[in-house]
Write a protein that binds this ligand. Sequence first.
Ligand SMILES: Cc1cc2nc3c(=O)[nH]c(=O)nc-3n(C[C@H](O)[C@H](O)[C@H](O)COP(=O)(O)OP(=O)(O)OC[C@H]3O[C@@H](n4cnc5c(N)ncnc54)[C@H](O)[C@@H]3O)c2cc1C
Length: 336
Amino acid sequence: MKLFENHNLKTYNTFGMEVFARKFVEIETAEETPAAVAEYLQQWPYYILGGGSNTLFTKDFDGTIVHPVFRGIERMEENGDNVLLRVAAGEPWDNLIQYCIRHEYYGIENLTAIPGLVGSAPVQNIGAYGVEVKDTVYKVQGYILSTRNPFGLSNADCRFGYRNSIFKQTLKNDCIITYVWFQLSKRKHFTLSYQGLAKALEERELPLTLHSVSECVRKIRDTKLPDPKIVGNGGSFFKNPVVPVEQYQDLLTQYPDLVAYDAPKGLKKLSAGQLIEKAGWKGKRVGNAGTWKNQALVLVNHGGATPNDVLNIADSIINDVNKLFNITLEMEINRI
Ligand SMILES: Cc1cc2nc3c(=O)[nH]c(=O)nc-3n(C[C@H](O)[C@H](O)[C@H](O)COP(=O)(O)OP(=O)(O)OC[C@H]3O[C@@H](n4cnc5c(N)ncnc54)[C@H](O)[C@@H]3O)c2cc1C
């Protein structure tokens, strides 16, 4: 493991916030996790950091950041139908996508180009284009900080929900995920329930392959989302609100074009981006921060924005959306 003191986090968060961590520990192998915990995580505060693409640092971090960097994708079991992969926490998520395309493993191609590392994927149950990672996670392995014990949680134990899991609830800040196991299909099948994806594939007249679906997703994302290497951002800043069907129907009388998707328990999931856009925030800039011109749900750092610049905009959006729709937007991003 490596220890850095007073470490600049600017290149460790996709918002590009220039903040400093008092201590920064890179864990280089899964096996050294218990030793790293014993040596550096005796004292709160600490934070487990992956690729920093779902993290907004709001100030200097007066504690220890733990950053697992170990990589690796291993085939653990295989039969005619499925394959079981064990993937190390520090593996970049998109590397896993490329690996699956090369080996023709089906199930996560719609999650192409989501930034970040594999260890973070189950934390908020990443999702895009009709697929959530929970559909392929077989188990999650790691180390509990409070009890100093290793753990292995089955898919059911992870209590996955919409952008939610046990790692955002009872195990929040209390575990280091070392490996995620995925069960992927070797039989050709695709999830094309998201209209935009099916349409884009049709328009491009592409044959239906893992490669074409993945590339199509990448292209759609490129048109909508800013590349964090160019414009700092953390992806969707807010969760899509889930409301009772009656509330949605009421809103429809005033806003007939309001988009909604079916959610579990007969609820309706609205598009936070559309609500923000209707509240007049799409592409708006206040100082060095703002919302993205093609997707109002993405808050951006145009260069030199401070955490407060971003948080002030977020607060104004929450207020304005609340006034208009009587809905309180909840932040998806982790504020540290
Ligand atoms: C341009 C852009 C587009 C995006 N698009 C999507 C999208 O389509 N769908 C989607 O779901 N998300 C999306 N995101 C959000 C983000 O990419 C995902 O949430 C991703 O999984 C975060 O990974 P990370 O490694 O960067 O996480 P980080 O920001 O480093 O961490 C996120 C959380 O995971 C915890 N964590 C990280 N590593 C570990 C570990 N090893 N053990 C325990 N806890 C850990 C952290 O403590 C934190 O709570 C997008 C972000 C950006 C910038």
